[in-house]
Design a protein around this ligand. Structure first.
Ligand SMILES: C[S@@+](CC[C@H](N)C(=O)[O-])C[C@H]1O[C@@H](n2cnc3c(N)ncnc32)[C@H](O)[C@@H]1O
Length: 282
């Protein structure tokens, strides 16, 4: 009888252990989740290019080829651990440099590296998709991406960056846009392009003597050709060259050198060229 009354209230020794074990299983993960991992993990970012750092020797040559100067603003698209941005500022005294990377881990790493280098006040690293960012202020653009990414960037580069901006790519070219220079460095090509001014169209040229003629220019990237229509005669332009915002050509043996600024051209004061002319697009 006594046994029957006390029976339901007594928990056998194995039962106590079982309840304790359940409590541990239930409580421990809850505590761990609330103190160590308050938010569910973010889904992994979908990168257009995997992370592979550029060897330091190649970084140095890229910056030499771009002829970086203290007053440049360098932007590295897909900046990884920040090495190109940091090297530009630390080793080449570039006043300002910026990196864009989609991977938050890389951005934190780059910021930490900038702090270690003691230059965190002159560099910025931004998390985001390079295809959604405005980098039109860059005077030097560096990248180590992939061919299809470069090709998507090509029109953005040519339409938004100022003529004369240097673009340097490690390992991958930009299809039909021939580089202005390329060099094999540590087993891969490094490519340099100078963003060309947009010169295609018809221009009215006026010389110091008051002569006027029409210049018609055709352009594929930095390659130009065209003709000059003078009273009674058409001349094919020779020795044509477009580099950034500077243009050169010769008409019937006379050399012209000019600087393009939007819809106008002004003569450059070089030796052996026609002085004092200007042109306006029409
Ligand atoms: C080959 S690594 C180059 C890293 C660095 N520029 C270098 O040369 O050492 C390419 C970088 O691009 C980043 N990336 C990939 N897709 C991207 C995107 N859509 N927008 C921005 N960064 C991206 C990757 O996270 C990676 O850090």
């Amino acid at each position: 009888m006594r046994a029957r009354i006390l029976g339901p209230c007594r928990t056998p020794r194995w039962g106590m252990s079982f309840v304790a074990a359940l409590l541990v299983i239930w409580l421990v993960p809850v505590q761990a989740a609330s103190f160590e991992d308050p938010l569910p993990p973010l889904p992994p970012v979908r990168l257009d290019v995997p992370y592979v750092p550029t060897p330091q020797g190649v970084v140095r040559r890229m910056l030499e080829m771009a002829d970086v100067q203290p007053d440049d603003y360098l932007v590295d698209l897909g900046s990884g651990d920040g090495r190109i941005v940091i090297s530009a500022v630390r080793d080449w005294q570039v006043k300002r440099a910026h990196g864009i990377d989609l991977d938050p881990v890389r951005v934190s790493e780059a910021r930490a590296n900038a702090r270690l280098a003691g230059i965190e006040d002159r560099v910025t690293f931004e998390e985001g998709d390079l295809f959604e960012k405005d980098f039109s202020e860059a005077t030097v653009l560096t990248m180590f991406l992939l061919p299809r990414v470069n090709l998507r960037l090509l029109p953005v580069i040519q339409e938004t960056l100022a003529p004369g901006t240097r673009v340097v790519s490690h390992a991958f070219d930009m299809g039909a846009w021939e580089p202005d220079y390329r060099e094999m460095v540590e087993g891969n090509y490094v490519y340099l392009w100078i963003v060309p001014a947009r010169v295609a169209g018809d221009w009215r040229v006026t010389t110091e003597e008051g002569d006027e003629f029409t210049l018609t220019l055709y352009q594929t990237h930095q390659a130009i050709h065209g003709s000059a229509v003078k009273p009674g005669r058409v001349f094919t332009l020779e020795e044509t060259l477009l580099r950034g915002d500077q243009i050169r050509f010769s008409i019937d043996g006379q050399k012209y050198a000019g600087r393009i600024d939007g819809d106008t051209m002004q003569a450059l004061d070089d030796d052996g060229v026609v002085k004092s002319w200007h042109a306006r697009r029409f």
